[in-house]
Ligand binder design. Structure first.
Ligand code: GTP
Length: 608
């Protein structure tokens, strides 16, 4: 392309995302936009929906980002190039969301006409504002009988401060207001700036490993132009690669001669590992590099750790292979071999958050067919020892003895909970119970409140959101961001079965609640661990001191005794049933411990 052509093209580009609270209609609107702008039939579209992975569709959330190029003939008679960039809708992936927003000039902010602003609406607005995006508010679901567009309009104006005079009203489901949205994108989202002849600056906002082509890097070109055959350099990792192909998704991948300023598309360059194409990094030319990388790059650090062990020890190598395969596609996943006295050989794995952890576990079990025992998730603790050494601990059983600790610090988050007024009491009680520090409370209108707390991450990684949902009958929405490390009076609590310390059951607890926690955990384990042939004492200890104990009584009868020795098929059935029940059991010392026991140490809810 000639330089002038690149500029003409640039001025016709509109790059935007759709941001919304979960279930406010993001995917439905994206589908409607695809219908109005692409040549794809609905059927083709179903096959190539923005959310590609099965798991993603099942869980109804977007995990991998994607970008599609669409052409739209506007009412002014001109043809525009749209790049619609999809963002993952979960707090675990907030950094990826922020980088995909950085690839845009504008965002459609979808707000449900019946529900109004929710926690993720606000979180997403902050991310969009951080990236200086033009925000176009859209009130969706106006077809609902319970829709209150005027009230929601007022709310958006009051709470977010966006002028709502030209606010768009839509029903993504019924296809109402879609053209108005597209016209507004043309009119209000600025065309990209930047010089197509300047040294190359392209931002990586996602990447995907393809077994045939290597890593497919999703980029947004901010300055300059990139073509196949050129040598490029990743500025953070300083790795160099030769570009083999560039192209756009329509959503099918279509090769192009070049990607130039304002373009959003893919680059293939014989990259073997997604870790070499980090989200947020800048791609430049190796021989004519830009002097300054794009702002905002961060190396992703896992926040939550747990041990993954194969139920069947013979699966250890398969588990390693599964993790290696998943790592190819997931720069945020970390793992290293770990040995537990109780569970044998396994891996300590690091994740961005609990959802990320659950997704990986589920994929290992489903796609690789390996039954796992998972230990309770833990955060990273920073421990200053009395000898001056500072250690970072991601496995509670590695926590040094209380005498050798000067202080322990743990990660804290700022959490925002949005609820109807009636639930303020229960929510504050819950936050208090989770060692939260009250920060602020803001009333949106006479019926909705935003409650802000600082909470230890360790208290919310496990069942906080579930408990919040059940205490508020599903009315609460919740979002959080990591703020800092703070000192806490934490100690390690060990669990002993049959007098033997079980390293995989150790937990870090607050000193003030240690006794209470010990009691709950011991009682829960007593319920969860099936009776054995012999009596099993269950104890909780801090250091050498036993703080709680209970006993699992010995089994009275053999299961088969019930069968009166007669019916052999019944006997077999019973044995098989027993075998199935055993699948998630692990022999720890000589006690059989079920999977639930390993997770139970985190919850304070006695019924779980
Ligand atoms: N009545 C009505 N329902 C809608 C409308 N738009 C979306 N929905 C429904 O709302 C639900 C959630 O819509 P999605 O498009 O999946 O929402 P989302 O924001 O993409 O949700 P996540 O992908 O889970 O973040 C679905 O059952 C849709 O059919 C609308 O305009 N009117």
């Amino acid at each position: 392309m000639k330089p002038e052509e690149r500029i003409t093209r640039r001025d016709k580009i509109r790059n935007f995302s759709i941001i919304a609270h979960i279930d406010h209609g993001k995917s439905t609107l994206a589908d409607r936009i695809l219908e109005k702008t692409s040549a794809l039939s609905q059927r083709e579209m179903k096959d190539q929906m923005l959310d590609a992975m099965d798991l993603e569709r099942e869980r109804g959330i977007t995990i991998k980002l994607n970008a599609v190029q669409l052409t739209y003939k506007a009412n002014d008679g001109e043809e525009y190039i749209f790049h619609l960039i999809d963002t993952p809708g979960h707090v675990d992936f907030a950094y990826e969301v922020s980088r995909s927003l950085a690839a845009c000039e504008g965002a459609l902010l979808i707000v449900d006409a019946a529900q109004g602003i929710e926690a993720q609406t606000l979180a997403n607005v902050y991310l969009a504002l951080d990236n200086d995006l033009e925000i176009l508010p859209v009130i969706n679901k106006i077809d609902l009988p319970s829709a209150e567009p005027d009230r929601v309009k007022q709310e958006v104006e009051d709470v977010i401060g966006l002028p709502m005079d030209d606010c768009l009203l839509a029903s993504a489901k019924n296809g109402i207001g879609i053209e108005e949205i597209l016209e507004s994108v043309v009119k209000n989202v600025p065309a990209p700036a930047g010089d197509p002849e300047a040294p190359l600056k392209a931002m990586i906002f996602d990447s995907l490993f393809d077994p045939y082509r290597g890593v497919i890097v999703y980029i947004r070109v901010m300055e300059g132009t990139v073509k196949p055959g050129e040598k490029v350099k990743m500025m953070a990792t300083e790795k160099e690669f030769e570009v083999q192909e560039v192209g756009v998704f329509t959503p099918k991948p279509v090769a192009q001669k070049e990607l130039t300023v304002g373009d959003v598309g893919f680059m293939i360059a014989s990259i073997k590992n997604v870790a070499d194409s980090r989200v947020g990094d800048t791609v430049t030319h190796a021989n004519k590099p830009t002097s300054e990388a794009l702002p905002g790059y961060r190396k992703l650090n896992p926040m939550v750790f747990c041990g993954l062990y194969p139920v069947d020890t013979n699966d250890y190598n398969d588990l390693r292979e599964a993790l290696e395969k998943l790592e190819l596609n997931d720069a945020a996943l970390q793992f290293e071999a770990e040995t537990s006295q109780a569970l044998g050989f396994g891996f300590r794995c690091g994740f961005l958050g609990l959802l990320h952890m659950e997704i990986i576990q589920e994929r290992i079990e489903r796609e690789f067919n390996i039954d796992l025992i998972t230990t309770a998730p833990s955060v990273i603790y920073e421990v200053k020892k009395t000898d001056g050494e500072i250690v970072r601990i991601d496995n509670p059983s590695d926590m040094p003895d209380a005498q050798s600790i000067e202080y322990v610090q743990e990660p804290y988050v700022k959490a925002e909970v949005m609820v109807p007024n009636d639930y303020v009491g229960p929510v504050m009680e819950l936050c208090q119970k989770k060692r939260g520090d009250y920060i602020d409370m803001k009333y949106f209108d006479e019926n909705r409140v935003n409650i802000i707390y600082e909470l230890p991450l360790s208290e919310i990684v496990y069942d906080f959101f579930d408990t919040l949902k059940s205490t508020t009958k599903g009315y609460a929405s919740f979002d959080y961001e990591l703020i800092d490390y703070k000192e806490s009076r934490l100690v390690k609590m060990d669990i002993l079965l049959n007098g033997e310390r079980i390293d995989a059951l150790s937990v870090v607890v607050h000193r003030d609640t240690a006794y209470e926690r010990g009691k709950v955990i011991v009682e829960k384990l007593k319920k969860l661990i099936p009776r054995q042939q012999f009596e099993v004492p269950v104890q909780a200890s801090i250091g050498q001191k036993i703080i709680s104990r209970s006993t699992i009584k010995a089994m009275r009868k053999n299961v088969l005794a019930k069968c009166y020795g007669g019916d052999i098929s019944r006997k077999r059935k019973l044995l098989e049933k027993q075998k199935e029940g055993k699948k998630r059991m692990k022999n720890v010392g000589n006690v059989e411990v079920p999977q639930e026991a390993f997770m139970s140490v985190l919850s304070m809810d006695e019924s779980k």
